[in-house]
Design a protein around this ligand. Structure first.
Ligand SMILES: *Cc1c(COP(=O)(O)O)cnc(C)c1O
Length: 219
C-alpha cells in the first residue's frame, strides 16, 4: 500500500462512521524502516510519524527535522524513566504514560523544563500481565492523579491482545475516555484501523500497511 491508499481507506472509514476525516491523525510508524522509505513518505507531504524507541528516534529524526518542516513525532513505545528528558526533547507527543512513577517523573521534568508534550495514558485493556499500561479499573484514579500533577493528558491509548477481537478493546477505551472527558483516542494499527475509526479513534498508528513489512521485525 502507499500513503494514498491508506488515506483513501481512512476517508472511507470516516464516511462510514459519519465522522470528519480531519479529526483522524495518521501516525506513520517508521520504526526499523530504512530512511529512504521514511523520506519518500515525507516527500509525499506526510508529517506525523511514530517511533517506539527513544534511541532509534534520536538517531534519525534530528536529521529529518533539518530537511523537513512541521514534523510531528510521536513516541508509541515504552519509556524508561532515565530516558524521559531525551523523550521530552525529541517528541511532540507521548502515547505511553503507563505507570504512576512515570507520571511523577513527567511532572518533575515539566516543572523544570517549563513544558510537557501532550500525553496519552496507555491502558492495558486486555489486562495482559506482560503488557504495559494502567488496568481499566485503575484508569479513573490514575487520571485524577495526572490531573493533580497538572499533566497535559489528551487521551488514552491501547494495544489490544493479538488473539482477541480488537473492537471490544476499542469500545472499552472509548468508554473510559468518555467518562473522563478526554477527546483523544490512540488506537488502531495496520490490521484494524478502520474498526478503530468506527469506535472513535483520533490517532491511528499504521506501520507495515504503509511502509511494507519491517525487516528485521523488532521484538
Ligand atoms: C509497531 C507498532 C504499531 C504499528 O504496527 P503495524 O501493525 O505495523 O501497523 C502501532 N502501535 C505500536 C505501539 C507499535 O509498536
Amino acid at each position: 500500500m502507499g500513503l494514498t491508499d491508506i488515506t483513501t481507506r481512512i476517508e472511507q472509514a470516516a464516511r462510514d462512521a459519519d465522522r470528519d476525516p480531519s479529526g483522524i491523525t495518521l501516525i506513520a510508524v517508521s520504526k526499523v524502516q530504512p530512511n529512504a522509505r521514511v523520506a519518500a513518505v515525507l516527500d509525499e507531504g506526510h508529517r506525523a510519524f511514530g517511533e517506539n524507541r527513544v534511541q532509534e528516534a534520536a538517531g534519525k529524526w534530528p536529521d529529518f527535522r533539518e530537511s523537513y518542516d512541521g514534523i510531528d513525532l510521536h513516541l508509541i513505545g515504552p519509556l524508561q524513566s532515565n530516558k524521559t528528558r531525551q523523550a521530552f526533547e525529541l517528541f511532540d507527543a507521548i502515547h505511553t504514560l503507563d505507570r504512576p512513577k512515570l507520571a511523577k517523573t513527567f511532572a518533575r521534568l515539566a516543572q523544570e523544563m517549563g513544558q510537557c508534550p501532550p500525553l496519552f495514558v496507555q491502558v492495558n485493556t486486555g489486562e495482559e500481565p506482560q503488557k504495559a499500561g494502567i488496568a481499566p479499573d485503575d484508569t479513573d484514579a490514575f487520571l485524577k492523579d495526572c490531573k493533580a500533577l497538572d499533566l497535559p493528558v489528551q487521551g488514552l491509548m491501547c494495544i489490544p491482545p493479538v488473539d482477541e477481537t480488537p473492537s471490544l478493546h476499542f469500545a472499552l477505551l472509548r468508554k473510559l475516555a468518555d467518562r473522563n472527558g478526554l477527546s483523544g483516542l490512540s488506537m488502531g494499527m495496520s490490521d484494524d484501523f478502520e474498526q478503530a475509526i468506527a469506535f472513535g479513534a483520533t490517532h491511528i498508528r499504521v506501520g507495515s500497511a504503509l511502509f511494507g513489512a519491517r525487516v528485521p521485525e523488532p521484538d
